[in-house]
Design a protein around this ligand. Structure first.
Ligand code: NAP
Length: 310
């Protein structure tokens, strides 16, 4: 494993909307930085269709994240900055420096750091969910939906991810069950309207999946109230949780583990800024447009911290 140690004013971790935007702004401030990420766009790249990002009436998640990436890469040379496609394994804070270590052996010391790692997908926590993962169970409609074309499928959740996922599945499958645990959905009303109009989608309110059954592959689910529903694919889209386990120093968080930020995206640790879904700034309104805005603010604050001394 190759190992290299670099010293640079700013490191940006995460290649979702917040990270890319922070990089674009940092480049234009001529603030030398390294942008590190292991995806092209984070959660956004997996969104089937996005209709609420200004400038694009409708765009696929992967297409929008590719545009973000191209935009950030266009400006990187302007600040002598670089993008590293790698996974960060730890971030330490010692002697007023951040030390970022990656899976492929990079060690990067920086004066400031912008943390934009987003959130991770929640799981149902069923043993059968793990057992059938890749054999009928999936956590990504955009990635795996096509494998279940012409099959009866189900999707768990009532938020925008489940709603847009159900609409995509209805385009390619004869029948889509939506398992919503309460008597209402969280999804934007515009998506709900489309779902209720779609004859292929059956929304089962007040319904929770208790078990997923099958032999080698999924054959159906059993609900908590004992109903048996036959299907061949089950998608789990039940929201997200914050994961800050790579941070090896204390930073203030709320009771759910989201990083507390001030309006300038600074945190309880000087030089450490956070942006996007991982922070408390967005009122848990995890939207691309919100994350990009936070990324811009974080870059501006990091610039003032590095160049102007805070
Ligand atoms: P979300 O809004 O948190 O919704 C999660 C859904 O899963 C809720 O209906 C929730 O039910 C349900 N749920 C949670 N735990 C469950 C469990 N154990 N069993 C069954 N159901 C469970 O998550 P999301 O849909 O992934 O959206 C996250 C954010 O991304 C949102 O801000 C959303 O607007 C955004 N987003 C936007 C788009 C788009 O515009 N194209 C697409 C995807 C996501 P309760 O309501 O009962 O808690």
């Amino acid at each position: 494993m190759a190992s290299s140690i670099k010293e640079i004013p700013l490191v940006i971790i995460g290649t979702g909307p917040a990270g890319y935007t922070a990089s674009i702004y940092a480049s234009r401030y001529k603030l030398q930085h390294i942008l590190i990420g292991n995806t092209i766009g984070g959660q956004v790249s997996k969104a089937h269709i996005i209709e609420n990002y200004p400038g694009f009436i409708q765009i696929k998640g992967f297409e929008l994240s590719t545009k973000f990436k191209e935009h950030a890469e266009h400006f990187l040379p302007m600040s002598n900055s670089e993008f590293i496609f790698d996974t960060v394994i730890s971030v330490e804070h010692k002697d007023n420096q951040f030390i970022t270590k990656t899976q492929q052996g990079s060690v990067i010391k920086s004066k400031a750091l912008i943390f934009t790692v987003g959130v991770k997908k929640r799981e149902l926590g069923l043993v059968s969910e793990k057992k059938f993962l890749g054999k009928g169970v999936s956590h990504c409609v955009t990635c795996d939906g096509f494998f279940y074309r012409d099959k009866i499928v189900g999707i768990v959740g009532g938020g925008d991810s489940a709603a847009t996922g159900a609409l995509y599945l209805a385009d390619i499958s004869p029948k889509v069950y939506m398992f919503v645990r309460r008597d209402k959905m969280r999804a934007e009303p515009i998506w709900q309207e489309q779902i209720f109009k779609n004859p292929k989608i059956e929304v089962l309110f007040n319904t929770e999946v208790a078990e997923i059954y099958g032999d080698q592959k999924v054959q159906g689910v059993i609900t908590k109230d004992g109903r048996k529903i036959e299907l061949e694919g089950l998608f789990i889209e039940i929201g997200h949780y914050p994961d800050t386990s790579i941070l090896k120093f204390d930073v203030e968080k709320d009771e759910h583990g989201y990083i507390k930020v001030k309006p300038d995206m600074s945190t309880s640790v000087p030089g450490f800024f956070a942006a996007g879904d991982i922070t408390t700034a967005n009122n848990k309104f995890h939207q691309i447009v919100v994350a990009t805005g936070e990324g811009a603010v974080a870059a501006n604050s990091a610039y003032m911290y590095v160049v102007r001394g805070g």
